[in-house]
Design a binder for this molecule. Sequence first.
Ligand code: 9MR
Length: 346
Amino acid sequence: MHPHTRQPALLGALVVATLLAGGTAATAVPQEAPAVKASTLGAQAAQSGRYFGTAVAANKLGDSTYSSLLNREFNQVTAENEMKWQTVEPSRGSFNFGPGDRIANQATSHGQRLRGHTMVWHSQLPGWVGSIGDANTLRSVMNNHIAQLANRYKGRIHSWDVVNEAFADGGSGGRRATVFQNVLGDGYIETAFRTARTADPAAKLCYNDYSIEDWNAAKTQGVYRMVRDFKSRGVPIDCVGFQAHFGAGGPPSTFRTTLSNFAALGVDVQITELDIAQAGTGAYANAVRACLDVARCNGITVWGIRDSDSWRSGENPLLFDRNGAKKPAYNSVLTTMGGTPALGVR
Ligand code: 9MR
């Protein structure tokens, strides 16, 4: 069910309860604006207090089709590659924030919420990090990298993907064998989150991964156990990102259950990198609905704007075609959120 369709019932119940209690409905019912049917993704998501965002590539910001879609439709951005370790600290202690700054400036100047992606990840990691074998050295390198990123973008980042893709694929439910895991052991994720919290206490700190959408998957359960453990011990974690790179069938039927079970641990959840092979309208609607059905699912990010911008462009998985025209999946997403497609806008 969509949140908007729930509201009248909730409102009605409040009115009845208030009248029964002898009060007046006017004092008890929150004065909400009537649901406006917006005609862009970001504006419609905002109607339920959510954002709708996209991955952005700095080198495409000069493409006017790209940037006009970006600024018309989306109110959140994630740097597709520009804040990754390889770009930010290609050699030890030498920091390059130029590309990341271009994404941050785009977000700031257009009022778009910014997700930092990502502080600690085994991929797009420069070779000099991968070859560190001493735990004290690697710990201080990791903590310094986190602190430098956090300080650079303090006040501009809403949420950070502090650790990305740290769990193994397959049936083990255990950790992925990365340099961080191999050299620092299980505690490195906790260390990373504590360092990030100290460096930027205002940012929301997220764990982000793929193939954790199916509640029955061992990987999902492994991440769930970690988040439950963190919450029980006061390790600072605020959110979990579900990348949601789906095949043509869209999300697994348990996706909503997964989102709501994580949310029940006391974290926000987001869909962070959504794309679906062939972009079927039903598959996209199911992914969006899973989020709308969970109060603490407060945002959806697609992983690129046009099919030609996608890392899996051969599968045409996004909401706009190569010319920047809306695909049927776009209208499906917008109407699933309760919006109305604009007439005459391609
Ligand atoms: O979309 C990104 C692509 O341009 C890069 O070449 C690739 C390198 O690994 O990373 C892609 O983004 C990934 C994201 O950072 C983390 N989750 C998986 C995404 C798709 O591979």
